[in-house]
Design a protein around this ligand. Sequence first.
Ligand SMILES: Cc1cc2nc3c(=O)[nH]c(=O)nc-3n(C[C@H](O)[C@H](O)[C@H](O)COP(=O)(O)OP(=O)(O)OC[C@H]3O[C@@H](n4cnc5c(N)ncnc54)[C@H](O)[C@@H]3O)c2cc1C
Length: 318
Amino acid sequence: MVLIYIDQAEQQVKKSSLEAISYGAALAKQLGVSAEGIILGTVNDDLAGLGKYGLQKVHQVADASLNHFDSKVFTQVLTNAAKATGATVLVFAHNLNGKAIAPAVAVKLQAGIVTGANSLPNTSNGFTVTKTVFSGKAFAKINIDTPIKVISINQNCFGVQSHEGSATVQALAITVPTPSIKITATHKVEGEIPLTEASLVVSGGRGLKGPENWGIIEDLAKALGAATACSRPVSDSDWRPHHEHVGQTGVQVAPNLYIAVGISGAIQHLAGVNRSKTIVVINKDPEAPFFKAADYGIVGDAFEVLPALTAAILKSKA
Ligand SMILES: Cc1cc2nc3c(=O)[nH]c(=O)nc-3n(C[C@H](O)[C@H](O)[C@H](O)COP(=O)(O)OP(=O)(O)OC[C@H]3O[C@@H](n4cnc5c(N)ncnc54)[C@H](O)[C@@H]3O)c2cc1C
């Protein structure tokens, strides 16, 4: 059986899980086994409705203490859940939570793991999983030969696939360990779209000249309902906070739309954004390397292009 970890936040299923479910369901079909999901916490969403992404069953450990993510606790609960359900393959989204728990679960289950897989495994002769390495410069094909296998799937590699269907929801009785970290208060940042969850991102680079010019980035982001991001020199210079820095050494994002403004497109920047579905580059230098990775490009001065783009978006919305 293929067991897919379903991530939740604030008692709602995270969108990034739908792709992991679609991937796990396709893998289960390929292997001729069932696709089942596991969700931790008291979630309010329609879990039976996840059947339309290919799940036959959803196991739920409905303990309210699991509504807050704790990697140690989740690792223990998921390990025991995998054992209790007899899972032979575990699938995670390669997002922040997946990165935190998939390797730890694999160690506890003595399972081989491939993190950041790009496609379905080749199971014609073994179980060979393909992933990108060296910041997306090359592919590695890794054969997992342990009885239990763990895969985390890169965002936007497989897509969300929905059909008709409904899953049965079943309570799973797993003892929840006491967390070693106690949450005393949670402060939610209001008004900002978290970068890792955003489906639209507007990102600025050194071409913006200084922090005083960020208004044009924020205006476009606001018009689109997008999160804001930046290149590393921008955050290193304290023009923007470090949590906005994307790239090899920063946050890795895979939104539906990534708009890069005044960013040259160095390999270290591309490593964090090249899984975006559509990339739009705005740069005044027609030779900027980023244009090679772009789906759409505008050669022009950001200070002229951005206000015009924002005005056009606001006009079309009105
Ligand atoms: C080990 C290592 C790790 C790194 N990790 C990261 C990382 O995670 N993320 C990251 O971003 N970088 C990273 N870097 C840095 C990276 O190599 C580049 O130096 C950096 O991405 C360049 O940032 P930039 O494109 O904003 O600036 P620049 O390279 O200075 O480019 C500015 C761009 O703006 C354009 N421009 C200028 N004026 C305008 C205007 N008015 N309108 C439109 N366009 C304009 C220019 O044509 C140019 O293309 C790393 C480097 C190393 C060595």
